[in-house]
Design a protein around this ligand. Structure first.
Ligand SMILES: Nc1ncnc2c1ncn2[C@@H]1O[C@H](COP(=O)(O)OP(=O)(O)O)[C@@H](O)[C@H]1O
Ligand SMILES: [Mg+2]
Length: 338
């Protein structure tokens, strides 16, 4: 399969002015020109083939936007190799722009005073989009993203959600080889999010658009991606399929039981000991709720049997840590103190 992009040991440091604590520090800050290097991306390597659909996830401040900015040529890397469609993004930005689509959801790019329809026509001219391509992409965008009622309104006057839809449409009008979408569904309501996903999927089906998307929304990942990159404080922690991701991180399952009556201390001790032999860890049981967690696949039957033999159980459910649980956990962490 043909390579769409390739990065090797890609790193980006930002210079930050040093802060002195306190009021005096604030004054000092005005005069001192001391700066400190901060490594936002710490030497990551990966390749993406044409037609792949890749989700880039990681908690706030992990370096997702920085990575996308380097890939799209908005900023130059501090070190490392970087190639997108055979081009060096920060040096050949214009050439690259003709072949990629870019959306930064936190900062929509279309802010023009002219109506949406005119904006799109201008883009057609600027990008020299062939009429047969434009015919399809324009129609598809209007239909999928429900843009008809907006076409006569100046972009500047649209709501954030409306502007986002137009931004996305605009970024894909030229049916680019790669779409870089940074939080394209942020702040949108559920039905619009669904429209956006359908539109992205559609553009992939019709034009084979390669996708690199960052998102906080699990559905964006499960519904449009087949591969995941997980960034953690500037380091690539995982690169692989959704299935592999689940396998690597979702390694704990639980049997959650509702006991008819709380277990006695000695019964709990015996139960724990026997469960332990089969890889089960018992928690609770002093009240009505008892949990057996385990990591080895296929342990549920034997662990359940032991439990049913030793305790009267009113109800019982099996829980798997699925991709949703993991991703929620990643984003539930507090935003980085940056
Ligand atoms: N222009 C900048 N100057 C200094 N620090 C920056 C700049 N842009 C981003 N950062 C810092 O780099 C880190 C990564 O930011 P970013 O790539 O935006 O993360 P993400 O998109 O994953 O939330 C954060 O700690 C952020 O504060
Ligand atoms: Mg970001």
């Amino acid at each position: 399969m043909e390579n769409a992009l390739h990065v090797e040991n890609l790193a980006k440091s930002y210079k930050r002015s040093m802060r002195h604590p306190g009021l005096l520090g604030a004054f000092k800050g005005l005069f001192s020109s001391k700066t400190q290097e901060f490594q936002a991306v710490k030497g990551i390597s990966f390749s993406i083939n044409r037609g792949e659909r890749v989700g880039l996830i990681g908690e706030n401040g992990a370096g997702k936007s920085t990575t996308l900015k380097m890939l799209t040529g908005i900023i130059a890397p501090t070190s490392g190799k970087l190639e997108v469609l055979g081009l060096l993004p920060w040096k050949q930005r214009r050439e690259l722009a003709l072949n990629i689509g870019v959306v930064f959801g936190q900062r929509p790019q279309l802010l023009w005073d002219i109506p949406v329809r005119e904006t799109f026509r201008l883009l057609k001219a600027m990008y020299r989009i062939p009429s047969d391509v434009y015919e399809v992409t324009y129609k598809e965008a209007v239909r999928r993203l429900d843009l008809e009622p907006l076409l006569g309104t100046p972009v500047r006057l649209l709501s954030l959600g409306q502007r986002m839809r137009c931004d996305l449409a605009a970024s894909l009008l030229h049916a680019p080889a790669i779409a870089f979408l940074d939080e394209p569904t942020i702040g949108l309501d559920l039905t619009v999010k669904e429209q956006v996903r359908e539109y992205i999927r559609d553009m992939q089906d019709k034009f084979g658009v390669t996708l690199l998307i960052t998102t906080h929304d699990l559905k964006d990942i499960t519904e449009v991606c087949d591969r995941l990159l997980l960034l953690d404080k500037g380091t690539l922690l995982f690169d692989g399929s959704l299935k592999a991701f689940e396998k690597k991180f979702a390694n704990e399952s639980r049997i959650v039981a509702d006991l008819e009556r709380p277990a006695t201390a000695s019964a709990l001790r015996k139960l724990s000991a026997e469960m332990k032999k089969h890889g089960g860890i018992v928690t609770g049981g002093e009240g009505h709720k008892l949990i057996v967690s385990y990591r080895k696949e296929g342990s549920a039957p034997v662990l359940t049997q032991i439990l049913l033999k030793r305790q009267k159980v009113a109800d019982l459910t099996l829980e798997k840590t699925d991709i949703e649980t993991i991703v929620t956990r990643i984003y539930r962490k507090k935003p980085g103190k940056n």
